[in-house]
Design a protein around this ligand. Sequence first.
Ligand SMILES: [Zn+2]
Ligand SMILES: [Zn+2]
Length: 280
Amino acid sequence: MTAEIPATSRAAALTATGEALRVLDVEIPAVIERDALLVRMTAATLCGTDVHVADGSAGDVGGALPLILGHEMVGRIAAFGDGPRTDSLGQPLAEGDRVVWTHGMCGRCRACVIDGEPSLCENRRRYMTESAHTYPFLHGGFSEYGYVYPTVGRVRVPDDVPDAVASAAACSLRTVMHGFERLGRIAATDTVVVQGAGPVGLFAVAKAVAEGAGPCAGGPVAGRRSSSDHPRGRPGQQPGRPAHAGHRPVHAGVLGDGSVDPHHHRPRRGGDHPRDGQAR
Ligand SMILES: [Zn+2]
Ligand SMILES: [Zn+2]
């Protein structure tokens, strides 16, 4: 490890659900596993899942505290483990290069190899699920330094992509791409309706435009279920109906917390309605 890397990294960690994050000094691993990376964060952005973990609604994380939150981030490579210095596309990587990365999938279990469902990987290494006391300690994005697990996909970020966009893309765009893969080809005669203009929705609009969709309508910002459907929803605030007059809507992306009610806002006959970014 090079001399300028400190022994500890300041990190915003969850020490009790429902309470404010605390800034802790977390050990920086002295040993970087083969194919792993140590990075110095340049940006980390906030996902709805971070909020659900922080307030306890995503389930019990008591055994993993203190927990560094954040799973969409971008950083510059500070140190390499042994192994090829390339990204997932085979592009060469050097110290100082910016990268974004995924959760870690083993690529060797049934879910990864046969079912094509890497998110169900039996040996998955996910960010924000392990304690900052457990090697390699830096399991989240809200930290000066971060750790790229050996099995994660990683991509070098082009110089002209701003940190904030690259960071958000590490979760939101990845989520959108998965939804569009499931959706299949979009024709120029198709209308795309995106419900919920959060980061997932904005990337969905960009992807739909890049796909060559016809009219593309964005839904209202942060449309939420009624309070009877969602305990933290704001009463009476409902998203508007998709603007699909005269066209066949093929896609209705959903805000990151999956809060748009598909029963009130469904596509018309023959349309498809993938729902992205739902943690629950
Ligand atoms: Zn996320
Ligand atoms: Zn696997």
